[in-house]
Write a protein that binds this ligand. Structure first.
Ligand code: CFM
Ligand code: HCA
Length: 534
């Protein structure tokens, strides 16, 4: 594997090679820790990164999946068009307000003159228009790059319009694309504002014996629907999913749950912390990708509530749901076991999906995140040691303290200690590295060149990433599965999802068509390119 690392770096100019070397790590098992990796830093200019921008993380990822909040983009139309139904977050047509704006692309459509003379007037008019048309519960405003450059005060406009309407919450996000080094900054900006302006704002009391929040689940390909189906079957009430199929009222009720379950650690872990500090809700890490991981997560939730009725029900559900899963696995296993995969996705999925590959008997040779932080690789114990640089300082950290009325510890200190002794890890995430075998290769912010090089060197049976990688990898004769959009498939979460995944991966890694692929330049060497710095 050290050879592979050298080969990945060999074509780079020395300065670039030195920087990239810190983001490419050969996994070794060290006593209680893993080697340090550099993450959440700027992409080197000139490199074709897999990353997106801060606006994508805020508008597209966190707020995009909400159904009854009007998401209004303040900027040129291209930014709206980019975020228009490109992420496969599904919603219910019927929800608690019966409003669903997900199919709209709402934008102020800024023109050159707005950029020169200021866009606040146009923004006000657009908010008014949205209000008159829909009378929504809330309007969220998103800043794109030019808005930050010209200095429109979107927060003042939002406040003014909120006061004017009286019955519609209006809030804004300073999520200009350049604000951070990736989507991750956009998650943070979005979540801070939702926490500040929405959570706690519900006037209806939520009922249920075992009330949880599901944080960091975005209902891509219907994953959230499958998880909700399982939770319902167990008698667990999901008060609020952040933010798959979310409504304003669900966000607003999050303070009423008794446990927060964190799926995607990268995009939301700080919200779990804030819910605990302000309202007294403990949190645990869960993972509903993989049938075994799903069963384990359900058992953890039951253990927390420490109620015999729930424990019994959860075991019943697991036994019932596992039967067809085991049968499906038995069918494909002889054909999938021993095959190899590589996974490069934004954050959590590059870790979570290894569960499904393990169930298929497949080995992950290399994996990494586009934009996760060191704690997502090395575990949360590194958080106090993370370097704060100019880019991370740019992202607001909000100060949260116990709410004078609403703070209520859900468990006593002794109860928490007892649960910990029984194996419930609160606020814990061990990260990707620990889950991967020794000598596998972990790479942060992989780029186009390295992706192709890795495939050439290690020849995996399957490569998983996003749309930008899809066709360049397939042209190398290797099947490619999108783990963002699922290539229009899914769900892959929970038990039904695991069966879907097993069958699709079986088809992909056993299709012989890939062996016949030859790129034009493989047949006609005169078409092949060379690198300018050679
Ligand atoms: Fe979390 Fe996500 Fe992911 Fe993510 Fe994303 Fe996504 Fe992703 Mo695409 S929130 S980090 S910013 S699990 S959109 S649903 S698939 S890169 S691995
Ligand atoms: C985003 C969204 C994205 C892109 C997926 C891809 C998604 O980062 O803006 O590159 O295929 O999941 O839709 O991550």
């Amino acid at each position: 594997p050290h050879d592979i690392k050298d080969k990945l770096l060999e074509k780079y100019p020395p300065k670039v090679a030195r920087k990239r070397a810190k983001q490419i790590m050969v996994n070794e098992a060290l006593e209680n820790s893993t080697p340090e990796i550099t993450a959440n830093v700027r992409t080197i200019p000139g490199i074709i990164t897999m990353r997106g921008c801060t606006y994508a993380g805020c508008k597209g990822v966190i707020m995009g999946p909400t159904s009854d909040i009007v998401n209004l983009v303040h900027g040129p139309i291209g930014c709206s068009f980019y975020a228009w139904l490109t992420r496969r977050n599904q919603t219910d047509a019927i929800n608690d307000t019966n409003a669903n704006y997900i199919t709209y692309a709402m934008s102020t459509d800024m023109q050159d003159s707005d950029i020169i003379f200021g866009g606040e007037k146009k923004l006000k008019a657009a908010i008014q228009e949205a209000y008159d048309l829909f009378h929504p519960k809330a309007i969220a405003v998103f800043a794109t790059c030019p808005v930050g450059l010209i200095g429109d005060d979107i927060h003042a406009v939002a406040k003014e319009m909120k006061t004017k309407f009286g019955d519609c919450n209006v809030f804004a996000f300073s999520c200009e694309g350049y604000k951070g080094v990736s989507q991750s900054a956009g998650h943070h900006i979005a979540n801070n504002q939702v926490f500040t302006h929405v959570v706690g704002d519900s006037d209806s009391e939520k009922t249920g014996e075992y009330k949880i929040n599901l944080l960091g689940e975005y209902n891509i390909g219907g994953d959230g629907f499958e998880i909700d189906r399982i939770l319902n079957k167990c008698g667990i009430t999901n008060i609020s999913t952040f933010s798959g199929n979310a409504t304003y009222d669900k966000f607003a009720s999050a303070n009423q749950a008794d446990l927060s379950c964190v799926m995607c650690h990268r995009s939301i872990n700080y919200v779990a912390d804030m819910l605990e500090t302000k309202y007294g809700i403990p949190w645990i890490k869960v993972n509903f990708i993989g049938a075994e991981a799903t069963a384990k997560s359900l058992r953890k939730i039951a253990q927390y509530f420490n109620d015999e009725k729930l424990t019994k029900k959860v075991e019943e559900v697991i036994a019932q749901e596992m039967a067809p899963v085991v049968a499906a696995r038995k069918d494909v296993f002889p054909r999938t076991s021993g095959k190899t995969a590589m996974l490069f996705v934004g954050g959590s999925r590059a870790h979570h999906y290894q569960e499904l590959f393990t169930e298929l008997g497949m080995k992950t040779l290399s994996a990494g995140y586009e934009f996760a932080h060191r704690d997502d690789y090395e575990g949360r114990h590194v958080i106090p040691h993370l370097k704060v640089d100019a880019d991370s300082r740019n992202i607001e950290e909000i100060e949260v303290s116990p709410d004078p009325q609403l703070y209520k510890p859900r468990k006593s200190e002794e109860e928490i200690k007892k649960l910990e002794a029984e194996g419930v890890d609160f606020k814990e995430y061990a990260g990707l590295n620990e889950a991967m075998d020794e000598n596998t290769i972990v790479i942060d912010d992989l780029n186009q060149y390295e992706a192709e090089k890795l495939v050439e060197l290690l020849k995996p049976d399957l490569f998983c990433a996003g749309i930008k990688e899809k066709f360049s990898i397939q042209k190398l004769g290797v099947p490619m599965k999108q783990l963002h959009s699922y290539d229009s498939g899914g769900p892959y979460a929970g038990f039904t999802g695991a069966i879907n995944f097993y069958n699709e991966i079986d088809r992909l890694v056993n299709s012989r068509v890939w062996g016949y692929m030859k790129a034009p330049w493989q047949e006609n060497p005169e078409l092949s390119a060379t690198y300018a710095w050679e």
